[in-house]
Design a protein around this ligand. Structure first.
Ligand code: SF4
Length: 313
């Protein structure tokens, strides 16, 4: 008997779902999406001011580990890309290695993108253990919000986080792990973007990609809106300075989650259609825009959008 389900039309042949003991249905994998991810835990050792999925103090590591180890063999072998996210995935400890080993065996041709705050990598045995997996398709996306330790620690609400992340990045580089840096743009991070760009070039020349990311107005951001929210056009000078500098230094830079109409034209070449398909939306203003094909639109999950979004004629 099926009750309480408005529609199943969003499901396609080949999608993978999980039916909980309470009867709720969770979609774990969508065959026609490039934005699938394994969810590891709601737990986190940071508590970022703008977290889109605020951490919960729950004992869920075994629950999600069991789901994920059952899911991985069911995922089609020709899957191009798979994310790993949380919470903080490395809190899974030794079972994180087990999971990545299983992924390498089951999905050897899939690119794996892991979102982590990188703090665990300050303990060298972890990067070392991860290198035993020997999977060159794994990239670790790690946030750094400032070149100044106090500011980074404040944004992630965790003492010593900056030092741990910086040390972690260097430890990961020593073991030749592939690394990406992620910088979320808001009122607390924008002022030092030019200094941060120089710091990145001087200290992390080994990272293969740097992503500057527009803010998703959801989760903690709503509660911290006065601290964080600003129109993207208000940080356009600092963003342009940082992006063009890193590009000139030969580093691979992208801008995620920002609409072309809010970016200086000098930055359009760096803008990616980065918003996951199930979160992507376009506004009424976009209907008459000539750049809709190139623009990634807005977060459907954001409770607020820029007032300055307007069609490019
Ligand atoms: S009007 Fe819409 S489609 Fe056009 S650039 Fe702005 S957000 Fe993108």
């Amino acid at each position: 008997m099926i009750v309480g389900i408005a529609t199943l039309e969003y499901l396609e042949e080949g999608d993978i779902i999980y039916i909980d003991t309470n009867g709720s249905i969770h979609t774990l994998f969508r065959k026609n999406s490039h934005h699938n991810a394994l969810f590891i835990t709601d737990r986190c050792n940071s508590n970022c001011l703008m977290c889109s999925q605020p951490p919960k103090n729950v004992d869920d590591l075994t629950h999600f580990f069991n789901i994920n180890t059952s899911l991985i063999p069911l995922i089609p072998k020709d899957t191009i890309e798979l994310g790993i996210t949380g919470g903080e995935p490395t809190l899974l400890g030794q079972r994180f290695i087990t999971l990545l080993d299983q992924i390498k065996d089951e999905l050897p041709n899939t690119d794996i993108h892991i979102l982590t705050n990188g703090r665990s990598f300050a303990w060298k045995h972890i990067p070392q253990a991860l290198s035993s997996i020997n999977n060159e398709r794994i990239v670790y996306g790690i946030p750094i919000y400032s070149d100044y330790y106090k500011q980074h620690d404040y944004i992630v609400q965790a003492k010593d986080a900056f030092n741990q992340t910086v040390l972690g990045l260097h430890n990961m580089a020593k073991f030749n792990h592939r690394l990406e840096l992620r910088i979320v743009l808001h009122k607390e991070s924008f002022k030092r973007l030019p200094q941060l760009a120089k710091y990145i070039y001087m200290n992390f020349p080994f990272v293969e990609h740097i992503a500057f990311m527009g803010l998703e107005y959801t989760g903690y951001t709503i509660a911290n809106k006065d601290l964080l929210w600003m129109e993207p056009t208000e940080y356009s000078d600092e963003l342009e300075d940082a992006v063009l500098y890193l590009n000139a230094m030969g580093m691979n830079v992208s801008i995620y989650n920002l609409q072309l109409c809010l970016l200086k034209p000098s930055l359009w070449q760096f803008a990616q259609r980065s918003i996951s398909d199930w979160k992507q939306n376009y506004l009424k203003e976009c209907e008459s825009c000539t750049k809709t094909e190139r623009c990634g639109g807005v977060f459907a999950t954001s409770k607020k959008h820029s007032q300055l979004i307007q069609a490019i004629k």
